[in-house]
Design a protein around this ligand. Structure first.
Ligand code: NAD
Length: 367
């Protein structure tokens, strides 16, 4: 048995489909607040333990985002580069059939590593209801990723924290790692609200201009030349971005980018974690002790899961942006009010656990 503590795990389903050879796992950590919500990843080395860890993280993320969802996650063990499109679809459909009985009451799927809106459309089609998953294409009732809900949420979280400290975003300098879905929209909204983005990086390096970079210019240059480093400004190594003298640092691409090697050189006063786990907790604690305001990933980058919730409700993009703004503002503020000794992550995790425990007590699952 896999009982961990009073929160979970509720159910772990390991499946095998003889016809396609598909092997998969769905872990339901806790459904006290609603159906377990979490994506399906397709990777060759996925393990039940990894999926369980991700499912648990989703319980806290969804509770902290204040959504009526519990936590869950799925994994299909396959190497998508070695599968034909037909085989990939057959794996998705086989996985859907094997876990059908728990959808959507206990589990609602979504895209994750190597699964996209295309696989979500196949998954929903196989189950027979659009309620089976989020992240579907617009044509089958989805709210596309391209709307920029996650970057918008990161920008809202940063603005809320700046205003909470009695300051204004206007004129604050910002450095953003990554110019993909999250990085571009974070830059767009922070710039719209008066901040000055002075540095942006991609896999080719960092472009730095103390006078401020222009959003439209970077978009055009990235599209034309394939890298932001072709823009006007000083070209630096990608890793240099983290050490620049800015007010707000936004790690928005890879995990573990702030680590033992560079934590002593971080000069930013606030870190808005757009990527997942850009720094381990002990590294965050080093920064927090110095008074750096850390907006933890599961608070700052929750725009995507909030948009998923809006998709399950059938709301349009205008409503979605309003809901993301309202929830991220409130959650960031509540976390900051509860923070002791600058430890924002602990405060957020405590709030999430209280919300889940409260739902469990109301359901009579806990005294
Ligand atoms: P993306 O694939 O759209 O963009 C990734 C960007 O990172 C690209 O611009 C790429 O050039 C850049 N990059 C790659 N290597 C780099 C390097 N060495 N230095 C600097 N930049 C580098 O991905 P995304 O959707 O923007 O996601 C970024 C991060 O945010 C991931 O950690 C993801 O898990 C997390 N996240 C995304 C969402 C979402 O809704 N998209 C939600 C929550 C968390």
């Amino acid at each position: 048995m896999r009982r961990e503590d009073e929160f979970g795990f509720e159910k772990i389903i390991e499946v095998y489909d003889q016809k396609t050879g598909m092997q998969g796992v769905c872990a339901i950590h806790n459904t006290a607040r609603g159906p377990g919500k979490g994506g399906i990843r397709m990777v060759p080395d996925v393990t039940t333990e990894e999926v369980m860890g991700l499912a648990r993280a989703m319980t806290w993320k969804n509770a902290m985002a204040d959504l009526p969802f519990g936590g869950a996650k799925s994994g299909i063990r396959a190497d998508p580069r070695k599968l034909t499109p037909e085989q990939k679809e057959a794996h998705m459909r086989a996985f859907a059939r094997k876990i059908k009985e728990i959808i959507p009451d206990l589990y609602i799927a979504g895209p994750d590593m190597n699964t996209t809106e295309k696989e979500m459309a196949q998954f929903a089609d196989e189950i027979g209801t659009p309620k089976a998953c989020t992240g579907k294409p617009h044509s089958v009732g989805g709210l596309p990723h391209e709307l920029g809900s996650t970057g918008f949420g990161v920008a809202i979280s940063a603005r809320t924290a700046v205003e909470y400290s009695g300051k204004s975003l206007s004129g604050m300098t910002v450095a953003i790692e990554g110019f993909g879905n999250v990085g571009t929209f974070t830059m767009k909204f922070l710039t719209d609200w008066g901040a000055k983005v002075v540095a942006v990086s991609d896999s080719k390096g960092t472009i730095y201009d103390k006078g401020g970079l222009k959003y439209e210019d970077l978009l055009r240059i990235k599209a034309e030349k394939g890298t932001v480093t072709a823009a006007q400004g000083e070209k630096l190594d990608a890793a240099k971005l983290f050490e620049l003298p800015v007010d707000i640092l936004v790690p928005g691409a890879r995990p573990d980018v702030i680590n033992m090697n560079n934590v002593g050189n971080i000069k930013a006063k606030m870190i808005a974690e757009a990527a997942n786990l850009p720094a381990k907790y002990d590294i965050e604690q080093v920064l927090m002790k110095k008074g750096v305001v850390v907006l933890p990933d599961f608070v700052a980058n929750a725009g995507g899961v909030i948009s998923s919730y809006c998709e399950t409700m059938g709301w349009d993009s205008e409503t979605m942006f309003k809901v993301v703004e309202g929830k991220i503002k409130n959650n960031t503020k509540t976390m900051l009010e509860r923070t002791k000794d600058h430890d924002t992550r602990k405060a957020a995790l405590d709030i999430a656990k209280e919300r889940v425990a409260d739902a469990m007590r109301n359901r009579g699952w806990m005294k």
